[in-house]
Design a protein around this ligand. Structure first.
Ligand code: G6P
Length: 614
């Protein structure tokens, strides 16, 4: 969702804040703004519709001097994306400025109360209500800004990560969070804050992860105090960041998405590091070994996730059931959290989230824990809310994923779920040692096989030019490759804005077949392993209706190739590992179609990388 960044120290704040906004732009990019207090104690707020670049152009001739400031990149929830609704927002007196990520659910009631007390509003946002409320609390209780923040937040229902500056005290930066992430970077007599660590890493690797309902007061002399909403002091715990700057750059790639697609072999190697033992041909995940009994006793596994992570979860279901015989259900977190699901203490809930901040998945975890289930988190972002809320788990270790459309996190999620399935199977002895050894051997080959798959990049680019005309796409797959069809369709929708549907290939005849004509591109995932013959018949059905077939086949295939208009070959592998390879050409196809259509692939319209609102 929105990205927030703040600075207090002895350096000029503006360049640090702008750079931080660029790093956070993946979180939202419909408008951006910045507030600075200069040495004359003027508080200036500059904001504009559009991207961070537009903000930079807008402030080019403005005074941006000052060593304290806050900045924001927005993903609209309340009020359209325009400069009035962009953050920061001023308080009525113009003395305070605030940035906010999250949603104040009771903002209407609060706004009406404030209006009845004479407050006026210049935006449609819930955020402006919060800063006015803080000022109102300060005036009416004749108290410090810190106490006013505490009082105001006690009246708020919803989620927030906020930062506030006060022109009557330019030596102090206040931040608070509930539901939305907030990290504080601790430098030498300087503080940075960020929605994630990316704006901070350049300046310090010492960070504090602010916890739920905590308020931090940072001072120019380097002091920091943290209390909770009930005014109980909390000891700040400083952690060391595991992130380096080079991971945040595009290297020689034109877009983060392409870089991340090409990084997959290396990312998966890192993901498997220390988990695949090539000597004993076994798998070891500490999250499973340390809680062996839970997995041995588990009657059921429930996977909760959203978006691409949900697709990874579906593949996980196929693999876990196949190898461990434990029944698996896959739930959209947003449905699970509100539908009074049956959860028991013998259930294991696997929560999958790249960002580790998805609000619905976080709420699903809470529900699961309240009902006694054991929660295993699969996250990419180290120290994220979901990672911390889980009982145990595994990190993906693919490095920061910046492109909004998830690619390398997806293949790492599938790989991690595969490792989980193999490790449980070993412990439960549901498959033989010899079979595990075969799978271990093959899994280790997967990064190299992705490398081979990536060699088709230029060919896929050519195919992509042909399909820019298409208004619709159908993706078909069966078994392990049915979720890949869903993921391929989602990737195309997300970045090219072409409507696409993924279907289990056999379901096509129950509806989607009516859509097929000579203009309809149909992507069919038809590897040799699995239900090859069945998929072949489904392809015949498409062909008979003159659909344009783009097939993903195993190297050396002839039958599907002959029926296809366009064919892409992936190396042969175990049936349960095929999705990790078959998704790669689909990622590239979406990327190149989107580029050919002139789309902004790293920041597609209306989307955000980290969805911290429900
Ligand atoms: C957003 C992103 C998707 C992502 C989904 C779940 O919609 O744009 O790419 O799959 O959130 O995010 P998570 O961080 O929980 O995996």
């Amino acid at each position: 969702m929105c990205g927030i960044v703040g600075y207090l120290g002895s350096r000029e704040a503006y360049p640090i804040l702008i750079k931080g906004l660029h790093r956070l732009e993946y979180r939202g990019y419909d408008s951006a703004g910045i507030a600075l207090i200069n040495s004359k104690l003027d508080l200036s707020v500059y904001k504009t519709k559009g991207k961070v670049e537009d903000l930079e152009n807008y402030v080019a001739d403005k005074d941006v001097e000052g060593t304290i400031g806050i900045a924001h990149t927005r993903w609209a929830t309340h009020g359209e994306p325009n400069s009035q609704n962009a953050h920061p927002h001023y308080s009525q007196s113009g003395r305070l400025a605030l940035i906010h990520n999250g949603i104040i659910e009771n903002y209407k009631v609060l706004k009406e109360e404030l209006i009845s007390k004479g407050y006026t509003f210049s935006s449609d946002t819930d955020t402006e209500v919060l800063i006015q409320l803080i000022e109102y609390m300060q005036m009416s209780h004749n108290t410090s800004i810190y106490e006013a923040v505490q009082l105001a937040l006690k009246n708020v229902i919803g989620a927030y990560a906020i930062a506030i500056i006060d022109k009557s005290n330019p030596n102090q930066l206040i931040a608070a969070r509930k539901g939305s992430p907030l990290i504080i970077g601790v430098g030498d007599k300087e503080f940075l804050i960020g929605s994630d660590a990316t704006p901070i890493v350049e300046y310090t690797n010492k960070v504090i992860y602010l916890e739920e309902e905590e308020i931090a007061v940072m001072k120019r002399n380097g002091e920091i105090s943290i209390t909770n909403l009930s005014n109980v002091p909390q000891t700040p715990i400083i952690k060391t960041l595991e992130l380096n700057l080079s991971q945040l750059e595009k290297a020689n790639f034109p877009h983060f998405m392409l870089k991340e697609i090409f990084e997959q072999p290396e990312a998966l190697r890192t993901s498997m590091l220390g988990r695949l033992n090539m000597e004993s041909k076994t798998v070891r995940l500490s999250g499973i070994i340390d809680h062996r009994d839970k997995f041995l006793k588990a009657k059921r596994i429930i996977i909760c996730a959203c978006g691409t992570s949900w697709h990874a979860g579906l593949i996980g279901k196929y693999i876990i059931e196949e190898l461990t015989r434990i029944p698996v259900e896959v739930e959209y977190s947003s449905e699970f959290r509100y539908r009074n699901p049956v959860i028991t203490k013998d259930d294991i809930v696997i929560a999958i989230s790249q960002s580790g901040e998805t609000a619905d998945t976080l709420a699903a975890i809470k529900l699961a824990k309240d009902n006694g289930a054991f929660v295993y988190g699969i996250c990419n972002v180290v120290g994220s809310s979901i990672a911390r809320a889980s009982d145990t788990g595994s990190y993906l270790h693919v490095g920061p994923e910046i492109g909004v459309a998830s690619t390398n996190a997806f293949t790492a999620q599938v790989t991690t779920l595969t490792l989980i399935a193999m490790n449980i199977a070993e412990e439960k002895k549901t498959i033989s040692k010899e079979r595990i050894a075969e799978l271990v051997e093959e899994l280790q080959q997967i990064p190299e096989k992705i490398n081979q798959t990536l060699q088709m990049n230029m060919r896929i680019k050519l195919y992509a030019q042909i399909f820019t005309y298409a208004r619709n796409f159908i993706y078909l797959g069966r078994g392990f490759n049915y979720p890949v069809a869903l993921e391929g369709a989602l990737k195309l929708k997300e970045i090219s804005y072409i409507h696409a549907e993924g279907y289990p290939a056999a379901e096509m005849k129950h509806g989607p077949i009516a859509l097929i004509d000579e203009e309809m591109p149909v992507v069919v995932i038809a590897p040799k392993r699995g239900m090859y013959e069945k998929v072949l018949s489904n392809i015949q059905e498409v062909k008979a209706r003159k659909g344009k077939i783009i097939s993903i086949v195993t190297k050396g295939d002839t039958a599907v190739k002959e029926l296809s208009d366009f064919c892409l070959e992936i190396p042969d592998t175990e049936e349960c590992f095929v999705p990790i390879l078959s998704v790669v050409p689909l990622q590239l196809l979406s990327y190149h179609i989107a580029i050919a259509k002139g789309r902004n692939v790293d920041q597609p319209r209306n989307l955000a990388k980290s969805v911290t609102v429900e």
